[in-house]
Design a protein around this ligand. Structure first.
Ligand SMILES: *[C@@H]1O[C@H](CO)[C@@H](O)[C@H](O)[C@H]1NC(C)=O
Ligand SMILES: *[C@@H]1O[C@H](CO)[C@@H](O)[C@H](O)[C@H]1NC(C)=O
Ligand SMILES: *[C@@H]1O[C@H](CO)[C@@H](O)[C@H](O)[C@H]1NC(C)=O
Length: 267
């Protein structure tokens, strides 16, 4: 049953791929399309696989993938990422554009300002200091992204972004991404998490986002690297650090200083 439904999909994919090869030959090196064509045939489930997804893991002759899905070919230009839907004929956004969008942030965070619409509706799900709903990009950037990214500034060259999975997109206006963020924090500690981004696209931009982040790791990063959070007995408080409330009126406070008998300090 499942197999039958997938056959037209495979034919369509093959058609799209051959079209890509004809239209855009890559002169210098093995093009993605070429290696797709020369890679071994997709491991379809054998007719004697039942397609239930339930496979006896102890069966040494087990060669069924169980889900009836075709393993997509790796894209050599995109870390061997296997696009579920490599179509470039999309109503909303290609999966390749999604991959590139997240990858571009690795070396240049300012790409964010064209990748996400300025009036984005942005929800950071969870219970942690950067959680909440943002109704525009700049508030998200200042309150959340920049606050976290300064924790990595001293090792910016070690910061890595690797999309792990992309679902949807193309003719679906929503897509789901699992994205690995990896780096070394200013404290020297390694950092390695996977966040989920649920995104709605309009003209190659994200206009609505719900992201599910690894809250304990973010809190740990803030705790280890942000002076607001990481106080210890040993800290010398030689400068003002007022926290989110900002500075009070120092002149007014200075006016209150004095001896118990009401006289003022000389200096
Ligand atoms: C963004 O939102 C503001 C305030 O609602 C509106 O005036 C502006 O036109 C919007 N900009 C775009 C590009 O949608
Ligand atoms: C706290 O964070 C600051 C950076 O803002 C860092 O210089 C300091 O070493 C950290 N202290 C502790 C105890 O982690
Ligand atoms: C008030 O107290 C300070 C400090 O003890 C002292 O220097 C000053 O002379 C006192 N002033 C008066 C008016 O007693």
């Amino acid at each position: 049953m499942l197999l039958q439904h997938l056959l037209p999909a495979l034919t369509l994919t093959t058609a799209v791929l051959s079209l890509t090869l004809t239209l855009s030959p890559s002169p210098n090196h093995d093009s993605p399309a070429q290696s797709i064509l020369t890679s071994p045939p997709s491991p379809f489930d054998d007719p004697d696989c039942d397609g239930t997804g339930l496979i006896d893991p102890n069966d040494p002759n087990n060669h069924c993938t169980g889900d009836g899905l075709i393993l997509p070919a790796p894209d050599p230009d995109r870390e061997g990422f296997r696009f579920e839907n490599p179509s470039t004929d999309c109503q909303y956004v290609t999966q390749m554009h999604i991959w590139d969008s997240f990858k571009n942030l690795e070396k240049d965070m300012s790409k964010l300002f064209t990748l996400i619409h300025k009036n984005v509706s942005f929800t950071v799900v969870g219970h942690h200091p950067i959680a909440g709903h943002y109704t525009d990009l700049l508030h998200f950037y200042v309150n959340a992204l920049r606050r976290v990214s300064v924790l990595f500034m001293e090792h910016a060259e070690k910061f890595e972004i690797h999309p792990q999975a992309i679902h949807g997109g193309c003719d679906s206006r929503w897509s789901v991404q699992e994205v690995q963020f990896k780096g070394v924090m200013n404290s020297g500690d390694p950092f390695d998490i996977v966040n989920v981004w649920v995104t709605r696209w309009y003209r190659d931009q994200m206009v609505e986002i719900r992201t599910y982040i690894d809250a304990p790791k973010i809190m740990d990063a803030l705790h280890k690297n942000e002076i607001w959070w990481n106080g210890t007995t040993l800290r010398e408080n030689w400068r003002y650090m007022p926290g989110p409330a900002g500075m009070p009126d120092l002149r007014e406070l200075e006016g209150l200083l004095g001896y118990p008998n009401g006289s003022k300090y000389e200096n």
